[in-house]
Design a protein around this ligand. Structure first.
Ligand code: MSP
Length: 525
């Protein structure tokens, strides 16, 4: 049978400025999940891209004296370059200004218009320009502020097209009920139901006339299609929906035992992904995604990291000084499941030194040094449980893999990576318990010494392979030093797998940071 398919998407990023580590977060998490699924043998398709239409982009382009197209073209070069530096292994990069996407969205709109799910009416409401969102009176925050970004909204009235959301509300709730894992975390599901569905789902305004940087309504070209209809459709147009080549769509857009569709998004855009998007799909008669995972934000002491607040950290600040994996490690471990995660220079430096330098890098370097010194660089063969600590360590190895998979399969990446670091801590403790430098002084203890080093290499191999979807550069270096070429996931617990392998000591994986200097450096950025 063909491999199971796994389609994973990031949100498509607004082309309104350079991306910060908060934006990079979603992409790094998706990249790590995609690599994990590939490692397990899934047929993976990983999509990312850019959301380029809308009033905000048009205005910014004007301010810079560029055409909107020129403006977005310039930004996209920077975004693609960034993904290259972050080693993001995506399969496709979609731009909402791509011809095939525009044509497909236009066809989607026409189809829904013809079907009667979209109709022409008049819109009166409260509009938030930065969020490009209309709100009803009751949804506003006190003081007539946008419930998402907290900025002032203004009253707006225009002839517009509407989507009959209410027609599908019941079916949507049924889908939630029948698929309890569709929305994660669970708390966001309750929030969606209570805030948007219970009060009665209002029809959604899906066209604009106040600007023209967007996809025109073919039947009525003074209207452009609402950016969120345009943007959400990217998940199917990227696969060729409504085009001459639907091979990818036919392969990946299914939701059943053998096919999974996962959208990973920040919590502030859950509403669009778990209400509007499924309703569009219901109206089109298409399967709904398997899961929408709503993650929290990277926050600074003063609140959410955001360009408009001026408290952003750019990925290059971290990568250029500490290496790519320092950023990737921080990203996948910093946001606890379902919550926000704090970035401070202190936390960053602390985690780097404790986890990457002490727990992982030092263990590797100590182990290799001892294999070189005591066994002429050749890893001793596995002989079962020789020291009184071997059995427990093996149990820990088996248990870690089980929990790691359980967490990764739920996409709780921070908990999965924590498990691996816990195993590394246990391996460090195993060194303290077995004291190989003492065993080395007594020839009668040679079997014990051999077993200790064999087990340490085994743990390092297992941990490194599990970490390879996160730490894409270092894991490769670690396996090279361990002399391990047989690094497939299916061999991860093969206890005979490192017998006689030749280790090869190189530089430490991570240099120790001087907290005072680095905290000062990060604060100055
Ligand atoms: N263009 C829309 C998405 C359309 S998807 C059909 C958009 N773009 S965005 O550029 O503003 O945000 C993209 C992603 O970056 C969102 O998932 C958002 O949550 C994420 N982040 C932006 N700031 C963030 C943090 N400070 N922390 C973590 N993620 C954050 O929304």
């Amino acid at each position: 049978m063909a491999n199971k398919t796994f389609y994973i998407t990031t949100p498509i990023y607004y082309t309104s400025g350079n991306l910060h580590i908060g934006n990079a977060y979603t992409t790094i998490v998706c990249d790590s999940i995609a690599r994990y699924k590939k490692m397990l043998g899934y047929d993976v398709y990983f999509l990312t891209g850019t959301d380029e239409h809308g009033e905000k982009v048009q205005k910014k382009a004007e301010q810079e004296g560029k055409t909107p197209q020129q403006f977005v073209d310039d930004l996209v070069i920077g975004i693609k370059d960034l993904w290259k530096r972050l080693n993001i292994d995506y399969d496709k990069f979609i731009r909402t200004t791509d011809d095939y996407h525009e044509e497909s969205v236009s066809k989607i709109f026409s189809y829904l218009l013809k079907k009667g799910d979209i109709y022409k009416g008049e819109y009166k409401g409260w509009y938030c320009t930065p969020c490009e969102a209309f709100w009803t009176e009751s949804q506003l925050k006190e003081g007539h502020l946008c419930p998402d970004c907290g900025r002032p909204v203004h009253e707006a009235k225009e002839e517009a097209y509407f989507f009959k959301m209410s027609k599908y509300a019941e079916k949507l709730v049924q889908y939630y009920d029948n698929n309890p894992e569709f929305i994660e975390p669970e708390s966001r599901k309750n929030e969606m139901i209570n805030t948007f569905i219970k009060p009665g789902l209002e029809d959604l305004c899906v066209s604009r006339t106040s600007f023209d940087w967007g996809i025109k309504v073919k039947e009525d070209p003074k209207h452009v299609i609402y950016v969120w209809i345009d943007a959400l459709s990217n998940y199917i147009t990227a696969l060729g929906y409504n085009t001459n080549d639907t091979k990818l769509f036919d392969k990946f857009w299914h939701n059943d035992e053998d096919h999974e569709i996962l959208h990973v998004v920040g919590k502030e855009i859950m509403r669009f992904h778990v209400i509007y998007w499924p309703i569009i799909l219901l109206a089109l008669g298409l399967p709904l995604p398997t899961k929408v995972f709503g993650h929290g934000w990277i926050v600074m002491k003063g609140g959410k990291m955001a360009k408009s607040v001026g408290n952003v950290v750019y990925p290059d600040t971290i990568i250029n000084r500490y290496g790519l994996d320092a950023l990737r490690y921080f990203s996948v471990s910093c946001i606890p499941f379902g919550q926000d995660g704090l970035f401070t220079p202190e936390i960053f430096v602390d985690n780097f030194n404790n986890d990457l330098v002490n727990n992982y890098g030092n263990l590797l370097s100590r182990t290799i040094t001892m294999v070189e010194k005591y066994f002429s660089s050749k890893v001793p063969s596995y002989k079962g449980h020789v020291t009184k600590y071997d059995e427990q360590l093996e149990k820990d190895m088996i248990e870690t893999k089980r929990i790691y998979e359980q967490k990764m399969d739920k996409f709780y990446v921070n908990e999965a990576i924590r498990e691996v670091f816990n195993l590394l801590s246990k391996a460090n403790k195993y060194i303290d318990d077995t004291e190989p430098w003492v065993l080395a002084k007594d020839e009668s203890k040679n079997d014990e010494l051999a077993s200790v080093l064999n087990h340490l290499v085994l743990v390092l191999k297992e941990s490194t392979i599990m970490l390879s979807c996160f730490l894409v550069e270092t894991s490769y270096k670690a396996l090279e030093q361990l002399g391990i070429t047989n690094d497939s996931y299916s061999n991860i617990l093969d206890f005979k797998g490192v017998d006689n392998v030749k280790v090869n000591k190189k530089d430490n994986l991570f240099p120790r940071l001087n907290p005072k200097i680095e905290i000062e450096y990060l604060n100055s950025k």
